[in-house]
Design a protein around this ligand. Structure first.
Ligand SMILES: [Zn+2]
Length: 438
């Protein structure tokens, strides 16, 4: 017994009940699994895994469905500078960050978002790169280290861990191998549940999902150059044909930066016929976003300021790029669509949370008008499932079995579940904080 690390014994004297928000609740283990889709988790649960947990909620990840964007919203933390470690700085008008910065990102001034400060466990730095070379080995080591660290932690406060290895496993190996890994994690969590008892609530969640098919690269830069654009690292010269397109991880979204709104509209037009592009969006003044794709063009309008007053309108200019026409018809039939075409945010949300593009109107509008990152793109592209954009160096290292980043259902639907609480069936990222930390 003397060799047992502290914090591993059953605790029956109420020491694990902690005070929070004026009340008390059990101590919480908050465990985030990077990139595990709702569907994969739901299937695992259907086969008897994770049976200590209640029903999983669909946790809607904001567009672009990337870790730092998602976790900063879910945890109510500061926005990261860009979508990834390589980003375009709109003040300096140039690309910043990248791999060298990434390797050094854990010094305080380089922390991408304040949620990082709250982590009690995350993988050691070299793992982040090795995971793409030897995903199984890295994942097992990561899991073991987390378990060890958790057992040594004081039982009188919450513990927050982030396991990134699941993301690498999915990208490189795909869902089958991820399920094997989830099986070992399930055993660890059952073990934790056994020795902590009811006094520790385990909350398991993911930051974003993934598509489950093999992916091809889009020839985005070549296409832009063919269309007369100058793909460049900085826009300081004010060149109207200049466009900056950070290329980093191999993901299914693209962020583009232009000299102004008009130039952004033209770039979005030129991307409509590029293979792999589902649609592009760009700002159209302060209260609208334009959506352009092969299926047509539409404008998303927003009105109302405070919660409960916000309404959206989906104006079809040509065709129906987001496939929302059937939803609008139903809203009209049910008397939820005003004369001027607006419907309340809550009505849209209720009708589109499992749509091809979950929560489409609010999610896409907010991706360009809310501060999800410090340097918001001028054009955001959502690629079709099966396509990615990114650094050509990374794409030579590995085949890509799955990826994420776009606004489609597979990438946008993460999960959230608890051993103690029944949670709502759908949770928007912006509404997750009280459920995770409250
Ligand atoms: Zn990823």
């Amino acid at each position: 017994m003397a060799a047992e690390p502290p914090g591993t014994q059953m605790n029956n004297n109420g020491k694990n009940i902690i005070e929070r928000a004026g009340g008390t609740r059990p101590r919480r283990l908050l465990l985030c699994l990077d990139g595990v889709p709702y569907e994969v988790l739901k299937n695992a649960k259907g086969r008897g895994m994770f049976d200590i947990f209640g029903e999983p909620s669909r946790l809607l990840s904001p567009f672009p469905t990337m870790t730092n964007v998602a976790l900063s919203r879910m945890l109510g933390a500061t926005a990261p500078l860009g979508y990834e470690s390589l980003y375009f700085d709109k003040c300096a008008q140039e690309l910043r960050g990248g791999v060298r910065k990434y390797i050094g990102w854990r010094t305080p001034d380089k922390t991408p978002s304040s949620y990082m400060d709250e982590l009690d466990y995350q993988e050691p730095l070299p793992f982040e790169f090795l995971v793409y070379v030897a995903p199984e080995t890295i994942w097992r080591a990561d899991m073991r280290r987390f378990h060890d660290r958790f057992r040594r932690a004081p039982q009188t406060r919450d513990f927050f861990a982030f396991l990134k290895g699941t993301d690498g496993l999915m990208h490189i190996r795909g869902p089958k191998r991820l399920t094997v890994a989830l099986n070992s994690l399930d055993k660890i969590l059952k073990n934790i549940h056994d020795y902590c008892g009811d006094e520790t609530e385990i909350v398991l969640f993911s930051d974003h999902g993934m598509n489950l098919e093999e992916n091809r690269r889009v020839n985005l830069q070549t296409h832009l150059r063919k269309n007369g654009y100058d793909v460049t690292h900085n826009l300081r010269g004010g060149d109207r044909r200049g466009v900056s397109v950070p290329a980093f991880g191999l993901c299914s979204y693209v962020a583009l930066y232009c000299v102004d709104e008009e130039a952004a509209a033209e770039v979005a037009d030129s991307l409509v016929d590029l293979e792999g592009v589902d649609f592009s969006i760009h700002r159209d003044g302060e209260r609208a976003v334009l959506v352009k794709g092969r299926r047509g063009a539409a404008r998303i309008h927003r009105q109302g300021e405070s919660e409960g007053e916000i309404a959206y309108r989906y104006e079809q200019i040509t065709g129906d790029p987001l496939e929302l026409a059937p939803i609008i018809n139903k809203l009209r039939e049910d008397g939820l669509l005003a004369q001027d075409g607006y419907a309340m945010d809550a009505a849209w949300y209720a009708r589109t949370s499992t749509h091809l593009y979950p929560d489409a109107v609010a999610n896409l509008f907010q991706s360009l008008h809310a501060p999800r990152v410090g340097h918001t793109a001028d054009v955001l592209v959502s690629l079709k499932d099966g396509y990615y954009y990114g650094d050509s160096l990374f794409s030579r290292l590995a085949r890509l079995a799955a990826t994420h980043g776009n606004a489609m259902r597979a990438s946008s639907t993460a999960f959230l579940m608890s051993t103690h609480r029944t949670l709502p069936s759908f949770v928007r990222a912006d509404e997750a904080q009280p459920l995770l930390k409250g």
